[in-house]
Design a protein around this ligand. Structure first.
Ligand code: TNX
Length: 550
């Protein structure tokens, strides 16, 4: 079908249609590795169709049935085997393939999805929703028709790590908002959700005093009690102040479980040693002389002369960066970090733990040369807990172990490339110019321009993340789009500037480079068809970006 957003530009497209590498088949995004038409009549879902999902396929079969029952109104029983001549959707776990790979074969008789893991089947189901059309994911009954032409798909991702970062620290995103983001992101096969849980302006996760080390006097409950009350102030581009709040431990477990159902893993971030004003605001023991932003003044702005009078740092409501740090020479710092990292990792079932490491400007001034040993020690602490450390690219000065992640966002790439080449570090590509959603998507939308001026679909699509990092695909974790929340107030402020660019990022992470080269017009065409999924999911998006065929 013609996408609703395509109509606006249809005249142009009719005269100058983009090439269709999929040969006129339904639009799928990200583009599958192999996507071919087959001879024969279309598959049509029937009110009597079953979902055949034996054994290990059952869990994914149930999810598919639940989604399609809502939109089709059919009963779609989940059964172990086909019982009649009516066409069914069949899910099977078989063979030994890559973790996320799947195949789909559609004929008049059946729509068959097969994979060797539940994650692979889940991916196949996301593709199936797109084959059936955007209304297939509505939460209310619509008319169909639920038909798919005969076709064959054989698909697997280029990178295992296809991530999005959200920043509830500057402005809180509720549990339900994060779940809505998970719903939307999973449709484009995102596999990781990086949560930036703390920054200068606020702290967002409950930490208990359970399991404190002997002699530890820190009251961790102050983090959510005090740090949850603060947020970013107003900005040049946002007249509403940031939203405060925090996730209870039960909330965090619920988010993690919800993400897991959608085959998305949480990557929690506790940013250290910079971006730490909120910790210094909550925990007096951390607020050593010199470590906080304006730590020489009390909350009323009066100078504090005697370092013994430093109690907690004042709240920071501005977006200033680099003005606070955790004191590398204080034992409290390390006691605190161990306690916090352990609890956060447990609550999020973390495999990767992000320890930040960015913009340690004041530390560099006050304690020259100490950022490197701090970051090395932080990564070691994370590894010692059985987790894989990831840090922003400033941490590329540290000592790596094979498998550690470096998330490149900005600045010189020399250290990052060297660590990937020589110490087995893995690259996670998030260059601001290609992956930062607060970069302005177009003339009439808010955003920054410091990375590359206007950063539209072309910027988010026309690059090769491995090549940019001087790495082979094996040396890469993958790619991540990031939304910082200085100007974000609620989840629609994530969706609107980020989509459709986040679809480009999903495809960069999934589809082989050779299939994408020069294909931005085809991406736009498929976006136009797939975007109504977002409308139906209640997610706003910046329609102007990418949809005009140029
Ligand atoms: C720099 S990007 C930061 C963030 C800000 C962002 C945009 C990065 C690793 N650090 O703390 O939100 O600029 O202002």
């Amino acid at each position: 079908p013609v996408g609703i957003w395509e109509l606006e530009v249809f005249g142009t497209w009719k005269d100058n249609p983009p090439s269709r590498p999929d040969g006129g088949l339904p639009s799928v995004l990200p583009m599958p590795v192999v996507y071919e038409g087959r001879e024969g009549d279309a598959f049509v879902l029937d009110p009597k169709s079953d979902i055949v999902a034996p054994g290990e396929a059952k869990g994914e079969g149930e999810k598919l049935a639940e989604t399609l029952r809502a939109s089709t109104g059919y009963s779609l029983d989940v059964v172990d085997q086909s019982t009649d001549a009516v066409a069914d959707i069949e899910l099977s776990v078989e063979g030994a393939r890559e973790e996320e790979a799947y195949t789909i074969d559609v004929s008049h008789e059946e729509l068959a999805i097969s994979a060797s893991t539940a994650h692979g089947l889940f991916n196949g189901c996301q593709t199936t929703y797109q084959l059936l059309g955007p209304w297939s994911t509505a939460t209310y009954v619509t008319n169909g028709p639920w038909s798919v032409p005969a076709l064959h798909i054989d698909d697997a991702p280029r990178f295992a790590y296809r991530g999005i970062m959200l920043d509830p620290a500057r402005s809180f995103l509720t549990k339900d908002e994060v779940k809505q983001a998970i719903d939307v992101l999973s449709k484009y096969k995102y596999s990781y959700l990086h949560l930036h849980l703390v920054d200068d302006q606020g702290w967002r996760i409950e930490i208990t005093n359970d399991g404190r080390e002997a002699g530890d006097t820190i009251d961790y409950t102050k983090l959510s009690e005090v740090g949850s009350q603060t947020a970013m102030g107003t900005t040049d581009q946002q007249e509403k102040p940031g939203i405060s709040g925090f996730y209870t431990q039960a909330d965090m477990r619920e988010i993690t479980a919800y993400a897991r159902e959608h085959h998305i893993k949480i990557v929690p971030e506790i940013d250290m040693p910079g971006h730490s004003q909120s910790m210094l605001h909550c925990i007096p023991q951390l607020n050593t002389p010199g470590s906080s932003h304006d730590g020489t003044k009390d909350a009323q702005g009066n100078p504090i002369k005697n370092p013994a009078d430093y109690i907690v740092a004042p709240h920071q409501a501005t977006g200033a960066v680099g003005n606070s740090y955790l004191d590398p020479n204080s034992d409290h710092t390390w006691t605190f970090l161990k306690h916090v990292v352990k609890q956060v990792a447990e609550l999020t079932d973390a495999e990767y733990f992000h320890f930040g490491g960015d913009e340690t400007h004041k530390l560099n001034t006050d304690h020259p040369g100490q950022a490197k040993p701090f970051l090395t020690k932080a990564a070691t602490m994370v590894r010692d807990m059985g987790l894989k450390p990831i840090g922003w690219n400033e941490w590329a000065i540290g000592d790596m172990q094979p498998g550690d992640g470096i998330q490149y966002w900005n600045g010189g790439m020399g250290d990052t490339i060297a660590k990937i080449k020589n110490q087995g570090a893995k690259g996670l590509y998030s260059s601001a110019a290609h992956c930062y959603f607060p970069q302005k998507a177009g003339q009439d939308i808010w955003g920054a321009t410091w990375a590359t001026g206007i950063a539209d679909i072309n910027d988010f699509y026309n690059y090769d993340p491995a090549r940019e990092m001087g790495a082979t695909d094996d040396q890469m974790l993958g790619v991540e789009g990031a939304m910082w929340s200085e100007h974000v107030r609620g989840i629609q402020d994530f969706f609107f500037p980020s989509f459709p660019r986040a679809m480009a990022t999903a495809e960069v992470g999934w589809t082989p480079q050779a299939k994408r080269n020069g294909q931005v017009s085809d991406l736009r065409r498929r976006m136009a068809d797939v975007l109504p999924q977002l409308t139906i999911a209640g997610a706003d998006f910046y329609a102007k970006d990418g949809l005009v065929h140029t």
